[in-house]
Write a protein that binds this ligand. Structure first.
Ligand code: Z5A
Length: 212
């Protein structure tokens, strides 16, 4: 996707169970990087602002019913509709901090019983993250953080299955961070790991495609 030695922004993805602290950590990290003078943006999937995203949002809030395969493909389409903008931003030197990505897509749909390889297929060719920060927490501990809300998937038994399927997706781009530590301790570790990856991308680390 990019020639060697070209400075670019880093694609940093946060994954983890519901209530693992992704939103809190992404927000803190972006403020920190902005303070250091980096060009950085906070993204999240699903991106509920697009028309596909609005269909996903209606489904997640139980306002509409969709076949499991259909909603899986919509989540994927929601990433594809942002793909070229993602590439443009990264090549222009902007680091993207992304709250959930393809790993959520596969872990949640396979937890419902869909085939693992079938779930991965529509994600092939999206941009591969430079770093996946997995905020590791047990479903029981996550549930203690205020309990789950009314959205689909926010149930203990289901979150247990999601955690099992996440483990099958771990590769060399993943860093596992213990998300049960106090917020500030998690933040310190996250900052250190992310800065290393931003520097590698500034030095021209090649941009690659996911699962191809
Ligand atoms: N989904 C899918 O099926 N397919 C896909 O392709 C994608 C997603 C992309 C919507 O996600 C659902 O879509 C999601 C997966 C599925 N379903 N579930 N479950 P979402 O991103 O919109 O919603 P979410 O991930 O559930 O976000 P969340 O509830 O906001 O969780 P979070 O971002 O990980 O946590 P948080 O908001 O930062 O923190 C939660 C609480 O814990 C809050 O009160 C914090 O103050 C507290 N907290 C955070 N960190 C700590 C620490 N370290 N100690 C103590 N307390 C803490």
């Amino acid at each position: 996707l990019s020639a060697n030695n070209e400075s670019r922004g880093a694609l940093v993805v946060f994954e983890g169970l519901d209530r693992s602290g992704k939103t809190s950590q992404c927000g803190r990290l972006v403020s920190y990087l902005e303070g250091l003078g980096h060009s950085v943006e906070l993204w999240r999937f699903p991106d509920r602002t697009t028309s596909v995203g609005q269909m996903i949002s209606a489904y997640l809030t139980n306002k509409s019913q969709l076949d499991d395969h259909t909603i899986h493909l919509l989540f994927s389409a929601n990433r594809w509709e942002k793909r070229s903008m993602m590439e443009t931003k990264l090549k222009a030197g902007t680091t993207l901090i992304v709250d959930r990505y393809s790993y959520s897509g596969v872990a949640f749909s396979t937890a419902k019983g869909l085939d693992f390889e079938w779930c991965k297929a529509p994600e092939i060719g999206l941009i591969a993250p430079d770093l996946v920060v997995y905020l590791d927490i047990t479903p029981e501990k996550a549930a203690e953080r205020g309990g789950y809300g009314g959205e689909r998937y926010e149930q203990l038994e289901f979150q247990r299955k999601v955690a099992q399927h996440y483990k099958l997706l771990k590769d060399s781009s993943w860093k596992i961070v213990d998300a049960c530590q106090p917020l500030y301790d998690v933040e310190i570790q996250v900052k250190e790991i992310v800065l290393q990856h931003i520097i590698a991308c500034q030095k021209g680390k090649i941009l690659s495609s996911l699962w191809s």
